[in-house]
Design a protein around this ligand. Structure first.
Ligand code: MG
Length: 205
């Protein structure tokens, strides 16, 4: 569990991560960190980076957090998850990077969390294997989510963890792409380890 000060910062950070899922994500970070650095796809405004970054700090490693910061399909204007606050008035485009930087600054995590700005499949070949945890929480369209999985699954160290957010078995509860990614991971040999709400964690064989 992160400390009260970080919890207060998390409480005012944009994004959707219920408390039990946040605690499970932090726990996964703590378990994965001995195997290597942590990596997250989908920084948004830094909410999950608080929880994973705190875990990285405890183990003396870092969190790489990747996002193009232009918003995924489901966060664009007109979609349910859109937040007009994150639109850059100069261009009318989304820009969540200033929010991420503010979160990391307030949380005192700038030395532990390394933001990488760009498209995750473009960046993946440039990052070494042997990651302790990969958290997939980027775009939720099937092609985007699967491309993130394809790009990063092979980077997880043996014994490291793969975490996937927004996994809903029931289509009435949410989009199916993250569930399809979870099924693909199981088919590829990742072993289901835990489920908290829509957060599923698997172990890399
Ligand atoms: Mg999510």
């Amino acid at each position: 569990m992160i400390d009260d000060e970080l919890r207060a910062i998390a409480a005012r950070t944009k994004g959707f991560l219920p408390e039990d899922e946040a605690a499970a994500l932090h726990e996964a970070g703590l378990r994965g960190a001995p195997h290597g650095p942590l990596l997250e796809v989908g920084s948004y405004c830094g909410l999950s980076a608080i929880h994973l970054g705190a875990a990285a700090r405890e183990h003396g490693t870092v969190l790489l957090t990747i996002d193009h910061h232009r918003g995924s399909e489901e966060t664009q204007p007109g979609w349910e998850h859109h937040d007009p606050d994150v639109v850059d008035p100069r261009t009318g485009r989304m820009d969540t990077l200033p929010f991420l930087r503010r979160t990391l600054e307030e949380a005192g995590l700038e030395d532990v969390v390394v933001p990488i700005i760009g498209d995750s499949p473009t960046i993946a070949p440039l990052i070494r294997d042997g990651l302790g945890l990969v958290f997939i929480d980027g775009g939720h369209a099937l092609d985007v989510a699967m491309a993130d999985y394809d790009a990063w699954a092979g980077h997880v160290a043996s014994g490291g963890l793969l975490a996937i957010h927004d996994v809903f078995e029931d289509p009435a509860q949410g989009g199916q792409a993250p569930f399809d990614v979870w099924r693909r991971a199981v088919a590829d040999g990742f072993q289901p380890r835990s489920t908290h709400g829509s957060l599923r964690v698997l172990t890399c064989p």
